[in-house]
Design a binder for this molecule. Sequence first.
Ligand code: NDP
Ligand code: OXD
Length: 311
Amino acid sequence: MTRILLHRADGKTDAWVKDFARCMPDAEVEIWRAGEPVAPYDYAVVWSPPEAMLADLAKVKAIFLTGAGADGLLKFGDALPPNVPIIRLGDAGMGVQMAEYVAHAVLRYFRRFDEYEAQARAGQWLPLPQHPKEDFSIGVLGMGVLGTRVLEALAPFGFPLRGWSRTEKTLPGVQCYHGADGLDTFLRGSRVLVCMLPLTPDTSNLVDRSNMSKLPAGAYLINVARGAHVAEPDLLTLIKSGHIAAATLDVFRNEPLPSQHPFWQEPRITITPHISALTLRRESVQQIVEKIGRLNKGEAVDGVVDRTQGY
Ligand code: NDP
Ligand code: OXD
């Protein structure tokens, strides 16, 4: 029998327990509750657990995250059990959602639908010149599981594609840049900047005034990674100056985005409530169960977080 300790901040645990029972009938899933004694467990399944759970996480063989980003757990730093592997979710259905979201945002800006929406609200009939496709290069920050999926989904549209990663990469049809040395050249040629990075000390605030100023005039920003990648006041300044034509933001420093936040008043900013790629419960449970099976046999699994890199 495999014993799994589950925590869900939203309290919606029943469906997760049912899915684990379906995919792993011999598993015993227990819900973590603050202050209640915890029996020995083999694995923990969490997203952004409370600090009070950390002592119990030290007793398991591995911690599975029900999301792609590890920042919600790594924020605890040295308080985390040092030797317990943290395993993040791989694609599990998020890749196609990210592809849909980013392709929609890119095409909306390329075909100027955002401007047509504003015109229609003003009762204005005015065909606009089309953006030349060769000038509409798309630069994806982060060429991991999700960034790569998005670049592949954009390929058939014929936009010039570029990607930026920490280590050197090659991807057919994509001009690849890496490291601090490659960033400026990458930015200077990216008319649409798509942020798909993990949040780490190196990537926090990366999309600030200085870096956004390197984008071509009239650039677009799409952030589907974490709010703290973007310096929010800098974005507002550059949108007001016209250097950034518009932005689509799915993630924010404070979520839900506070009602008095100036982004709500800026018509060139499109806001969605952190929905670009939702965790699909069944697919996620299936993936976790497959990995538990491999770990139980002493085999390696992918998605193990490198704590020194922060993702
Ligand atoms: P991966 O770990 O697979 O990929 C991360 C990519 O970022 C890699 O290409 C990595 O480079 C690159 N990277 C990391 N640090 C740096 C750096 N300092 N400089 C340059 N490149 C860097 O992550 P995923 O693709 O699975 O997910 C990315 C992020 O998307 C998640 O961390 C999460 O924050 C966010 N996300 C948001 C969701 C939403 O609903 N809004 C849903 C799911 C994820 P290298 O290849 O060299 O390692
Ligand atoms: C994730 C997220 O990282 O949902 O998976 O943001």
